[in-house]
Design a protein around this ligand. Structure first.
Ligand SMILES: Cc1cc2nc3c(=O)[nH]c(=O)nc-3n(C[C@H](O)[C@H](O)[C@H](O)COP(=O)(O)O)c2cc1C
Length: 235
């Protein structure tokens, strides 16, 4: 399976989310190459609010050289993995920075139709609490990108580091996340996108047809045939 991983931090051996991601990757990657990006190393430039991407000139974004390989990896992936440890009840700042750069991909703007065929998993751990709001930070974008299926794995670990967790607890976490990996594997060749993202598509389609706030967005939807009979999950 073609996998793209966004690691929310650069921690490895002592990171719980990193180890859980490895469990999923080992179960699913097969012979395919895994594309990995560590934040903030691989994307360290804030969105400056220049609006170039929304205006159809993404290549003029100051961060384009860092965004482009990540965007291509998203486009190629069958599965997108986000590791997001809870930082003050939300994603680490560098993850939000990455997501901001993909605001133009939200389906109210320049939706990428390939997303309906993809699956994603958001892996979040905390010392105690805050996983729900943290996963939502990422899931909001995955939903608005139109990702067909989105799973999450959330766990309080009552520790700071993977190395502080007892072996039997580590094994139980791996066992639990492997159950999610099994669901992902089962859907690999028979991906039917969620009703939710299809309904969101129809809502946005109506908006483009009736209101059409941004000419670039309307032209994009028109070009893709989505204002007519073409549907992204069928092509
Ligand atoms: C800056 C910072 C903020 C944190 N905020 C929270 C928090 O709000 N709630 C919580 O339960 N744990 C919090 N933690 C602990 C981490 O979420 C927890 O250790 C997590 O499992 C780390 O994941 P990792 O091992 O993959 O890096 C915070 C840690 C850091 C460094």
């Amino acid at each position: 399976m073609k996998i793209t991983v966004i690691y929310g931090t650069e921690r490895k051996e002592r990171s719980t989310t990193y180890h859980l991601a490895q469990t999923v990757i080992d179960a699913l990657k097969g012979e395919d190459e895994v594309k990995t990006f560590f934040l903030p190393k691989d994307m360290n430039q804030f969105c400056t609010g220049c609006f170039k991407c929304f205006e159809g000139h993404q290549e003029k974004c100051l961060a384009y050289n860092q965004i482009k390989p990540i965007q291509e990896a998203f486009e190629e992936a069958e599965l997108i993995i986000f590791t997001v440890p809870v930082y003050v009840f939300h994603v680490p700042g560098q993850v939000k920075v990455l997501l901001d750069h993909f605001g133009f991909w939200w389906m109210v703007h320049q939706l990428n139709g390939k997303m309906f065929h993809k699956q994603a998993i958001v892996i979040s751990t905390a010392a105690g609490a805050g996983m729900k709001s943290t996963v939502k930070d990422v899931k909001d974008s995955l939903d608005f990108w139109g990702v067909g299926r989105v799973y999450s794995y959330k766990k309080p670990i009552w520790a700071a580091h993977w190395t502080e967790i007892k072996k039997d607890q580590q094994d139980k976490m791996k066992e639990d996340i492997l159950k999610v990996a099994t669901k992902i594997k089962r859907r690999q060749h028979t991906m039917i996108p969620r009703v939710k993202v299809k309904l969101m598509f129809y809502g946005c389609r109506l908006m483009q047809k009736k209101i059409g706030l941004n000419d670039v967005d309307v032209a994009h939807w028109e070009k893709m045939g989505w204002l007519g009979k073409v549907r992204p999950w069928k092509s």
